[in-house]
Design a binder for this molecule. Sequence first.
Ligand code: ASP
Length: 306
Amino acid sequence: MTYSLAIHGGAGTILKSNMTAEKEAIYHAGLACAIAAGQAVLRDGGSAMDAVVASVCALEDDPLFNAGRGAVFTSDGKQEMDAAVMDGSDRRAGSVAGIFGPKNPVRLARAVMDRTAHVTLIGPNALTQAKDAGLPFADPDYFFTQSRWDALQETLDMRARGEVSDDSARRHGTVGAVARDLHGNLAAATSTGGMTAKAPGRVGDTPMIGAGTFADNDTCAVSGTGHGEVFIRWTAASEIAARMRHGGETLRQAADHVVMNDLGQNDGSGGVIAVDRAGNIAMPFNCEGMYRGAVRQGSAPEIRIY
Ligand code: ASP
């Protein structure tokens, strides 16, 4: 048995022409740090679940990515975060939606899975669970980034002028990780601030098990990023597993079909990272770029944007 790990930091209109070498290096460093965090767990024989949470925490802590610190703003200038985890060994899952306060929403999703009899929590009791679990909270200043605030103002201005932004980079961003550990178990974790200028109370695909997050040892673990409403309507993550289970497709065939056909032909720009029970990794996306990285035991990590 060998380990495999893949991570993403969001997909969208990531144009090479808008990217400087300096900016690219900063993204690479952020992704490398997240890979290293998960890989350290897997290398020591730790669980896929611990690994994906470690990788996602690193991305949540990095203000470059739209999750935790650096989350985007709702149309009324607030930050509402969604996160989920799923364990492929027994299909236990936990998720939270619309929360603000815990530094690492993914750890709260994990606490919901580990400490409650439920899968999804929202509202004040989600925060109570975070406190009971001893998870750290942070002030609004910690989560604020000027670039996300500016993106909100630009989006609201465009809306006021009746223009629709076709810049999915403005809408998108999410972080996630999938892993297979040395024991053959799979896990997935996803965390996001959602979409810029989303309506207050809007919940995306990330915390919906089967849409943006899914894991099952018999097939695969998947974490998605992109136009959440479409991922929900096509149950994107579990559809990949279903195509493998019922249609006998390989991970690559199933993931490509869902991303290119189901999502790509229905205004569902975005991508997924996925790992199967044999440790194969697929990372298809149907837009210009997806911040992503992967490592398999015995090989060097690979990090890519385009
Ligand atoms: N899927 C996320 C959402 O809809 C956003 C993204 O990944 O870009 O909330």
